[in-house]
Design a protein around this ligand. Structure first.
Ligand code: SAH
Length: 226
């Protein structure tokens, strides 16, 4: 390789990329992501495809990073732990509130039959759709709408994942959860540490489990400006 050519010299060699991916998966395991289906999905979907500019270089860091519209792509270990808690069966129809970069939806697309993902920012939905098409992820439908009302036309859902923090699990989402269904949602005030809650709908009601402290952008009402 011509070491005087700055571009070539900066490109990671394949062995570096493989090494970084191995470290990424090791870090996930260390944080408690141990489910093989989830790890396989996270190995296959490259977080770098959902980031742009300088941030793409940090795709394998276990840290949230900025995306368009003042939003963030979540920390990979939190994506892994939430996906694991969702316990997605292969036949599942899943709803995600908060498309953001599309990374979480892409991982879900490897585990579920059908994924609906919604965001209040049109631009994020448009960008994510383009990435899904490029990666041939044909089982994801991305829609720009206020997700705090869910997606009544497609309800009920076997699994619902909310990737923005609500003060309480939103009632319309609970109502759109199938019997036997699971929802994971960060609950608490924005700018504070929130708790990730797992809600299970049983034949007779709802069961709540508190999983781990997290920090997400707030679930806002209405559509974004762009
Ligand atoms: N899951 C994303 C990260 C989500 S960041 C990823 O993998 O990259 C949280 C997202 O929730 C933001 O994009 C924000 O616009 C969106 N959001 C906040 N309130 C919303 C609402 N009421 N309906 C839909 N999306 C909402």
């Amino acid at each position: 390789m011509n070491q005087t050519n700055g571009h070539d010299a900066e490109m990671p060699r394949p062995s570096d990329a493989a090494e970084r991916k191995m470290q990424f998966l090791f870090a996930l395991r260390k944080r408690g992501v141990t489910n093989t289906r989830v790890l396989n999905a996270m190995e296959k979907i490259d977080r770098g495809d959902f980031l742009s500019g300088i941030f793409a270089d940090r795709a394998y860091d276990d840290t949230p990073l900025p995306i368009a519209c003042g939003q963030t792509i979540s920390q990979p270990s939190v994506v892994g732990l939430m996906t694991q808690a969702l316990d997605v069966p292969a036949r599942a129809k899943v709803l995600e509130i908060g498309t953001g970069s599309g990374y979480q939806a892409a991982i879900l697309s490897q585990l579920a039959r059908r994924v609906y993902t919604v965001d209040r920012h049109k631009r994020l939905v448009r960008d994510a759709r383009r990435i899904f098409e490029g990666l041939d992820l044909g089982n994801i439908t991305a829609i720009s709408t206020d997700g705090s009302r869910g997606l009544p036309d497609q309800a009920p859902f076997d699994r619902i994942i909310v990737t923005a923090a609500a003060e309480d699990p939103p009632g319309p989402l609970l109502a759109q959860l199938a019997i036997g269904g699971i929802m994971v949602v960060p609950v608490g005030q924005s700018d504070h540490v929130q708790s990730l809650i797992k809600v299970t709908r049983t034949q007779t009601g709802l069961e709540y489990d508190e999983l781990l402290p997290v920090r997400f952008v707030p679930l806002l009402e209405g559509l974004g400006k762009d």
